[in-house]
Ligand binder design. Sequence first.
Ligand SMILES: Nc1nc2c(ncn2[C@@H]2O[C@H](COP(=O)(O)OP(=O)(O)OP(=O)(O)O)[C@@H](O)[C@H]2O)c(=O)[nH]1
Length: 343
Amino acid sequence: MPDLPAHSSPAFPPLHSPRPEHEHPHRLEEDAYILGEDATPPPSNDAELLEELPVVECEVRARIPTTTGHEMWLHVYRNNVDTKEHLAIVFGAQIRSRSLDREREGETELERMTRGAYVGRLYPGRTHSRVEAIKRAEGAMPKAQSGGSASVSSASVSDVGEDMEGSSNTELPLVRIHSECYTGETVWSARCDCGEQLDEAARLMSSPHISPSGGVIIYLRQEGRGIGLGEKLKAYNLQDLGNDTYEANIMLRHPADARSYGLATSMLVDLGLGGEAGIRLLTNNPDKVRAVEGPGREVVVKERVAMVPLAWKTGGKAGIKSEEVEKYLSTKIEKFKHMLTQQ
Ligand SMILES: Nc1nc2c(ncn2[C@@H]2O[C@H](COP(=O)(O)OP(=O)(O)OP(=O)(O)O)[C@@H](O)[C@H]2O)c(=O)[nH]1
């Protein structure tokens, strides 16, 4: 994205919460929890420059066959800035974690395979993590693990040919940076479009003609735009009292958006998606496009791909329908400046 600065990843505060929850356990009882005229203003939401990327390491990965018939590789990451398990959901076997594959001193072949540092597929009786070693040991490579890629069927994606037809960089891996949303992804909330976006990202990345070089969903544990689930539920109550999603955060003395993306940059670099080759980024959020590129432009966003709500694309035939989600989407456009136009 040549028209956007590449240096604005926000700094990563410890545990990325602007106000650690234990410091204010009874804020609801305090009359100042909603900002009055003379109350302390919320912390600034100005993104500080990130001088250094966090250090990340992929601890383990495993093959996950999914209910759609496609497969993905789930990677669990640890890092040096918080204690959460951030995730990379990888579509396609060509995308591999450098830190996972690295040799660990004294490690056995079984230990390597157990943490997912193997090539191809596991099968009962496999003894080596590397295909070359298997070839040597067994004379020929067993059929079951020769491909090793996520077995993607084109049949179930034949209806999406029109998707992203404007994308001129189909050879570039498709990436989505997704922030955790328990309500939208797990308990069927129609207040936001998070669950739909996660499904849609996976669908696009599973398609060999939309994403032939594979794709990655970086799943960051930044629930509620970084304020946590409990605080998000308070924000929902304030929204039911007539405030929008932006105002509700401010009333709770949180930044409107408390997230940062340095971890995503580090994870993408670890997965080999850094550098000039570039990626396509699925998002409507301009902050994400800038921030994910990192302080030294470690990742290059060559193209932004819009995430249009399904209800808008299909004239209401599919997708989430609710008063709340419509209000949420218009606030994202008006106040968060998301690059989305109603169709
Ligand atoms: N505080 C708060 N967080 C919310 C609310 N609704 C959804 N979220 C969180 O918002 C995050 C998703 O952010 P969105 O603004 O929907 O989308 P985005 O990730 O910024 O942008 P896109 O890449 O275009 O989807 C998740 O962490 C959700 O839990 C809300 O009303 N209040």
